[in-house]
Design a protein around this ligand. Structure first.
Ligand SMILES: NC(=O)c1ccc[n+]([C@@H]2O[C@H](COP(=O)([O-])OP(=O)(O)OC[C@H]3O[C@@H](n4cnc5c(N)ncnc54)[C@H](O)[C@@H]3O)[C@@H](O)[C@H]2O)c1
Length: 470
């Protein structure tokens, strides 16, 4: 018999996030969850369209949780309260509406979906079936981000007028998206949606405002087919794997003694690829890439603020920054680097929790006279996933009282849609040469694919690309 106050969970999508962030946390594994989670939650079923991957999850976790290929089948045999949806972004809307129609509350990992149109379907289903929908905007549970929100919402710099922000991914992390399903626009709606929904949500949340329009430009000029080197279709069959900075070693074991680290990518993806054909180590220079590798956005907010936001996916070092300016001051979040980069234990290792933290965050509050106050931030649960953000998000869901949790951190569905809406408006703008696109233009369909590199590239880039056939 289950304890009356235990919530029953189905986890849909037993890949990287479903298995190692949510299942592990709910089972209260060290560095993933706290013991209270086990007292409040039971996992009653695993669901994955690749049933073998769900079986591997059982092997690695040492569990024997029943496995299914759909939520409807799972819930028919194992009644549940919640479904955690950790499947690729483009599947969220269908799986969420199915789970809601089965009267489950849901947790959907970010981004809520790949278009405003799909977000609206989830919002309507949530209302129709009167269920809770929680979105995995875990970055809000990072104490530096909470500090930014506290200061700005508390009036430290007056009403925010302008924001400059960026997500700068390094070659390893940025490149890892081009090894995976994320590089196909119809699966992720691009990295502005898939990755930057975190940062865009932080901006919206910190200034407590809604985006109403976007003008954007973008391109893909680095992760493109190359004539100068002979690459294989996938890293494990590539003659230049040893020299390639983007080599994704699917046979590698990651350092540490955690059971999920031994031959992690081989067991999770390669051993089961015969079931769904999903290739985890696709060449980053594939001609199948359809997302941009860099974008710049200008965003207008309902309250009058403007923001510029950049995405870069092939920088030498990784970081992000947020600068907010109001009439009474300026608040800056950025990082302080060591001069030398730390080497990474395993390449292609992003999304495995194994890329080193090479820089320290710093928050600076400028008053009107230029005096700078450096703000101390106390961190909690730093050893857990995403610097403690994952464990706090799950604690808030289960009403477990951990330090560092604040009610303002939970994203409403409309806020989660706002983050998606910026990427949706940006995609429409990029497809039309940078035209200003208003929120009202979204919501009826999926945004257009980015135009081909040759269409959007500068004359210099086109000349360079033609000469090098890249
Ligand atoms: N909040 C965060 O910090 C964070 C970090 C990484 C990923 N994510 C999100 O988590 C989700 C999963 O990402 P991932 O890296 O774990 O991907 P993944 O590819 O490792 O795993 C996805 C799993 O979903 C399964 N799947 C695919 N289609 C399905 C369907 N229709 N029904 C059931 N299962 C299906 C796949 O077989 C796979 O096992 C994505 O939405 C991603 O954006 C969030």
């Amino acid at each position: 018999m289950r304890a009356a106050d235990k919530q029953r969970f189905i986890i849909a999508g037993l890949g990287n996030r479903g298995r190692d962030s949510f299942a592990r946390a709910l089972l209260a594994f060290p560095e993933r969850g706290v013991p209270e989670f086990r007292e409040r939650a039971d996992i009653v079923a695993f669901v994955d369209s690749n049933i073998e991957r769900a079986r591997v999850a059982n092997e690695v976790l040492g569990t024997s949780i029943p496995v299914f290929t759909s939520i409807s089948e799972a819930v028919a045999e194992h009644p549940a309260d919640w479904a955690v949806i950790t499947t690729p972004d483009h599947t969220h809307a269908d799986i969420a509406t199915e789970a809601l129609s089965r009267k489950l509350h849901i947790v959907i990992d970010k981004p809520l979906a790949t278009s405003v149109w799909e977000c609206n379907r989830i919002i309507e289903a949530g209302k129709k079936y009167d269920r809770q929908v929680i979105v995995g905007h875990n970055m809000r549970y990072n104490e530096h981000m909470l500090t930014l929100a506290d200061l700005v919402r508390g009036g430290a710099i007056g009403k925010v007028q302008q924001i400059e922000a960026a997500e700068i991914l390094d070659l390893d992390h940025g490149g890892s998206y081009f090894n995976r399903w994320h590089s196909e626009f119809d699966k992720s709606a691009g990295l502005m949606n898939h990755k930057c929904c975190h940062q865009l949500d932080i901006i919206n949340w910190v200034i407590d405002d809604r985006p109403v329009g976007v003008s954007a430009m973008g391109d893909r000029t680095y992760y493109v087919p190359r004539k100068d080197i002979k690459t294989g279709a996938r890293c494990s069959e590539c003659a230049i794997a040893g020299q390639c900075v983007h080599f994704c070693d699917v046979k590698a074991s990651y350092s540490g003694n955690r059971p999920e680290d031994a031959q992690r990518l081989r067991r999770m993806y390669v051993d089961v690829e015969h079931v769904d054909g999903y290739i985890r180590d696709r060449c980053v220079f594939s001609d199948r890439n359809t997302i941009n590798d860099r974008e710049v956005l200008n965003i207008r907010y309902a309250g009058g603020a403007t923001a510029c936001f950049s995405l870069m996916t092939y920088a030498p070092r990784e970081y992000n920054y947020f600068y907010f300016t109001g009439h009474d001051g300026r608040l800056e979040y950025s990082v302080v680097f060591d001069a030398e980069a730390k080497s990474k234990a395993v390449s292609g290792g992003a999304e495995t929790g194994h890329f080193p933290n090479e820089c320290e965050p710093q928050i600076r509050l400028f008053n009107k006279n230029g005096h700078i106050e450096f703000i101390d931030v106390k961190k909690f649960h730093k050893g857990f996933g995403h610097d403690g953000a994952d464990v706090k998000l799950i604690a808030s869901l289960l009403d477990v009282d951990l330090p560092g949790i604040h009610p303002v951190q939970r994203a409403t569905l409309e806020q989660a849609r706002d983050a998606v809406s910026i990427a949706d408006m940006a995609a429409r703008s990029i497809a039309q040469g940078g035209r200003y696109v208003a929120f009202e233009e979204t919501g009826r369909d999926f945004p257009p694919f980015p135009p081909s590199t040759f269409f959007m590239a500068s004359p210099e880039t086109i000349r360079h690309n033609l000469e090098n056939n890249r």
